[in-house]
Design a binder for this molecule. Sequence first.
Ligand SMILES: *Cc1c(COP(=O)(O)O)cnc(C)c1O
Length: 378
Amino acid sequence: MIALAPRRLSITDNSSAAGAILTVDLSAIRANYRLLAGCLKRAACGAVVKADAYGLGAAHVAPILYREGCRHFFVAHFEEGLALQTVLPPGVSIFILNGLPFGWEKVCAETGLIPVINSIEQLNAWTAEARRASRILPAALQIDSGMARLGLAASDVNLIAAEPERLAGLALRLVMSHLACADDPGNGANRVQLEAFRSLRARLPAAPAALANSAGIFLGPDYHFDLARPGAALYGLRPVAGASNPMHPAVRLDARIIQIREISEGTPVGYGHSWRATRPSWIATISVGYADGWLRSLGNRGAVYFEGVRMPIVGRISMDSITADATAIGPKRLSPGGLVELIGPHQPVDDVAEQAGTIGYEILTNLGCRYYRNYLDA
Ligand SMILES: *Cc1c(COP(=O)(O)O)cnc(C)c1O
């Protein structure tokens, strides 16, 4: 008797079976890094790769940025930092923006990851670990310069200034703050935060400083300090609201048509019958839904494109599919199995976001895990 091994069908490498294909253009991300670094002159250009590089895949993105010369990486969570260490050479600086969860100081000290200290409690826990282990530990200090989100208040900075031994055992690798209104260059809050950051950091021991996110880089050299922390612009999002976008688009999303049907005038489409045909129409059902991050707010608002022709989304967004009005194209040119563009040259991420009532960041970080992912690098 011959025991037969169960046959397993592997389709994971077959994009033609996928409901939708996400293409990430790594060479565009490289070009964006070079463009941002070129704006900076003296300051170094870091990279924010939190939330899996804004949904695009930190394991792919971080190494190519390293090859472009990036040596400072930022993530939000400790575990993101651990994952990043496995894809980057030793010696890079990986900062944990949200700081450490209490109780994880000993583990973190062994990794070399750099916690961003946001409060006196976090500072005390980190210096206590330095004492316990008799080691000098790397640290970044975040100052709240006017956002009331994360970071040391002015009174905390004054406390440290008055009692510098509070930093004993730490190698201060960065003093940073974050801008609340950087994407709105005319907003006076930017200058106010800049002045607050300047005066507060001057009370701390000398260390490299960082203030600018993507949009902050475009506020000009006053905001650059020693290191910039762009995220969004690396991934092609428009850094300054209302202005033209100098960045290279890095994402393309194409989804498959799974059915085409002809309906008569008055026929309702989708959940809740929220749309009705006002003329005989062709409806294409497409294999992407809110479970893939195609937000439900795009129902009866958004569109997809076929060879540059707009097909309005009609009816609600379902979990796994959407319906679009294909009447302008008709059944001769469309067929099940074909692809339509959801994000691409006819519809950049920022435009999708606007139609969905959100920002490009939310569209990217919601990109689904069911997509076939295609990474291009020239
Ligand atoms: C997310 C984040 C950034 C990156 O901001 P972008 O607008 O994506 O460039 C920079 N700094 C901090 C503290 C952040 O949380």
